[in-house]
Design a protein around this ligand. Structure first.
Ligand SMILES: [Zn+2]
Length: 150
């Protein structure tokens, strides 16, 4: 199964980095899309079918005050721009820098979202109902995972 890069349509390759396995785009360095994988990469196990992925809507309960909040997990949109860097022996060299990022907005009252690559997003991805995460000294229980259309 080949996974397509949601940013550029290239294909995603499993790479191993400092923090474990991740999907990186075959068009790197032109495309910088990455997506972290869990330690075992058990993509088709029943557990992972129910696990949190991009496009899912989730319900979290704050275990301190019992507040229940609902979020959608989204892919952050990142756009790069080439800027002149220096003149090499074969002409000008360019460097890609980030031009625009649209991340999640958990405080949007109409559509609260969490970016998959944010600190809390990384904690949530591939967790299942009943799991608990710890974020900013608060504990959150995953109450519900509504699968999105991936
Ligand atoms: Zn790509």
């Amino acid at each position: 199964m080949v996974n397509k890069c949601p940013a550029c349509g290239g294909y995603l390759e499993v790479k191993i980095g400092k923090y474990g396995k991740f999907h990186g785009c075959s068009n790197y360095p032109n495309c910088h899309y990455t997506f972290s994988l869990n330690r075992n990469n058990q993509k088709n196990t029943p557990k992972l079918e129910k696990a949190i992925q991009i496009n899912d809507r989730i319900k979290l309960k704050n275990k301190t005050n019992n507040d229940i909040v609902e979020y959608k997990i989204i892919i952050p949109y990142v756009e790069y721009i080439d800027v002149f860097d220096w003149f090499g022996s074969y002409g000008p060299k360019y460097n890609s820098i980030i031009k625009r990022v649209e991340g999640g907005n958990p405080d949007n009252p109409d559509n609260p979202t969490i970016a998959s690559d944010s600190a809390i997003g990384q904690l949530l991805i591939e967790k299942v109902v009943g799991d608990t995460i710890k974020y900013n000294d608060e504990e959150y229980e995953i109450l519900e995972v509504k699968k999105g259309n991936i």
